[in-house]
Design a protein around this ligand. Structure first.
Ligand SMILES: Cc1cc2nc3c(=O)[nH]c(=O)nc-3n(C[C@H](O)[C@H](O)[C@H](O)COP(=O)(O)O)c2cc1C
Length: 362
């Protein structure tokens, strides 16, 4: 049955295990592989998760953790936890309520919803569904600047609070699982409404839509066109993070696109250290890739991130249970973060003990 767990699975699984298996059982194999897969031999996909697993806490004792708060602000928006759901395309292939359910669950949980350019629900409908929560709009610079301009204007009019500009896809990664399925997705009835009049062509043309000549002046162009703060997503090096800030970015998202673009790119936990060393504590630095649990979130914050994005974990929760599934997952994530903070001696996010994580030597 939908979302039901067997007694044999229950007691031995943590609250976060099994999200993918529960969801995958309900999805067409081509959709499951499109969501789950990475580029090349999927080494970066695997390394993202194992890099968080390889960090261990050095908890601080003799701290008063009677009250623990996970609240903070991301780009000026108050959030109940330093979490954003990552932009992911085609969410109506996971659940009929797609991006609207995701946005409503984010608003309920008090975390940021990031809507993909390749959303299967229009940006105004998603803004309405998650109106009580902070929302960001992810854009690519498309070769058709007219379509990009129109999208950015509509995002600003719909009151998205920021633009997330993805820069790690000058060309599309080699996703062998998709190739094995003949690049077949059950797209009947699935539209990409953010493309406006160009939606019909966009459905089939991801690889030809994207601008390959991404330069820092395009970042300034996105900022001026939208009138919104810009977070640059897909940064893995300190020097690139500095170039983004110099070009006017409000911050960066340390990301390798969940291992879907360049295989053998560094895991994001490693890249985060480089970026934080280069830019310091002031700009917004988010990180994503392999983050599922509250402990993963605290590890990222301990390395200097301002917050995290969660990708597939939220998508599996959507597939498994729609809005309620995502809301339950995000609530568990916040609880797990608070619980881990208490055990680490951190009553709130401004008081993380120094040197809270270290690489395991085993
Ligand atoms: C199915 C799927 C679709 C995605 N679509 C986009 C997208 O449209 N734009 C984008 O910037 N990133 C996209 N991403 C990458 C995510 O935003 C994020 O970087 C990645 O999923 C984080 O890794 P995680 O899934 O391990 O949490 C997508 C990821 C997945 C799994």
């Amino acid at each position: 049955m939908r979302g039901e767990r067997t007694a044999a699975q229950g007691p031995t699984r943590t609250a976060f295990e099994g999200l993918e298996q529960d969801a995958a059982a309900q999805l067409h194999p081509a959709v499951r592989d499109y969501f789950a897969g990475g580029a090349g031999a999927e080494r970066t996909l695997r390394d993202n998760a194992s890099a968080w697993d390889a960090l261990r806490f050095r908890p601080s004792v003799l701290q008063d953790v009677t009250h623990v708060s996970t609240a903070t602000a991301l780009l000026g928006s108050p959030v109940r936890a330093p979490v954003a759901v990552a932009p992911m395309g085609y969410q109506r292939l996971a659940h009929p309520d797609g991006e609207s359910a995701m946005a409503a669950a984010c608003a309920e949980a008090g975390v940021v919803m990031t809507l993909s350019t390749y959303a299967t629900t229009g940006l105004q409908d998603v803004a309405d569904a998650g109106a009580t929560g902070p929302q960001w709009f992810q854009t690519y610079v498309l070769r058709d600047r007219g379509v990009t301009t129109e999208m950015l204007h509509r995002a600003a009019a719909a009151r998205y609070a920021a633009v997330v500009l993805t820069v790690d896809a000058p060309v599309v990664g080699q996703r062998h699982r998709d190739r094995r399925h003949g690049y077949w997705l059950p797209l009947q009835g699935v539209r990409l409404p953010n493309f406006g009049a160009a939606a019909a062509q966009a459905t089939a043309s991801y690889s030809t839509d994207l601008e390959s000549a991404l330069t820092p002046d395009l970042l300034a162009w996105v900022r001026e066109t939208s009138g919104l703060p810009v977070l640059v997503k897909g940064v893995l090096r300190g020097d690139d993070a500095l170039r983004c800030l110099d070009a006017g970015a409000a911050g960066v998202v340390v990301s390798n696109h969940g291992g879907r673009q360049l295989d053998d790119a560094v895991p994001t936990a490693d890249a985060l250290r480089d970026v934080v060393d280069a830019v310091g504590a002031t700009p917004t630095v988010l990180v994503d890739g392999g983050i599922r649990t509250g402990a993963d979130v605290l590890k990222a914050l301990s390395l200097g991130a301002s917050g995290v994005m969660v990708g597939r974990a939220a998508l599996w929760a959507l597939a498994g249970g729609g809005r309620a599934g995502v809301a339950a997952y995000l609530a568990r994530l916040q609880e797990d973060l608070a619980h881990t903070m208490a055990l680490c001696g951190a009553p709130d996010l401004t008081q993380l003990p120094s040197g809270l994580v270290r690489q395991t030597t085993r």
